[in-house]
Design a protein around this ligand. Structure first.
Ligand code: DQA
Length: 144
């Protein structure tokens, strides 16, 4: 089972970005945690991070027929990108959306995620743990 992890814009700044909200783990720390969790689950993982909406779309499209599922943190594009939402609809694998922070407990505009409307589910608010729980949920989805 192969899973692609896609981190959206500004997540490369984790560790120094708004540590009161996102914690002090870097993206590399999170990827290491997910790699360890994936090894326990017997899942192969690969990681991508991009600031660009179009690149997220290209990565997702290229995943069809190549990966079994995607763990996606669209970051701020969650709240705006109908284009990414359309891509999630179009691909032939399930997408689990994850957020480090609880998007429902922050500013009003973060509460709606248009990309989440097309995901199989969302894990939000558990820091790096959102990715680990999201990976478990994705595996269960694929095995169901
Ligand atoms: C985020 C939440 C988004 O609202 C925000 O724009 C991010 C990170 C999260 O992981 O908590 O960049 O996706």
């Amino acid at each position: 089972m192969k899973v692609m992890v896609v981190h959206g814009p500004n997540l490369n700044l984790l560790g120094s970005r708004e540590v009161d909200i996102y914690g002090d783990q870097t993206l590399e720390d999170i990827n290491a945690l997910v790699t360890a969790a994936a090894a326990d689950l017997g899942v192969e993982v690969e990681f991508h991070q991009t600031q660009r909406e179009g690149e997220i779309i290209e990565l997702l499209q290229a995943g069809s027929g190549r990966v079994d599922g995607v763990l996606l943190n669209p970051a701020a594009y969650s709240h705006t990108s109908r284009a990414i939402a359309d891509t999630i609809r179009a691909v032939d694998y399930p997408v689990v959306e994850v957020h480090l922070s609880n998007i429902h407990a922050r500013e009003e505009w973060r509460r709606a995620s248009v990309t989440a409307e097309e995901a199989v589910g969302v894990v939000t608010g558990f820091g790096a743990g959102s990715y680990v729980v999201g990976l478990q949920a994705l595996k269960r989805t694929l095995e169901a």
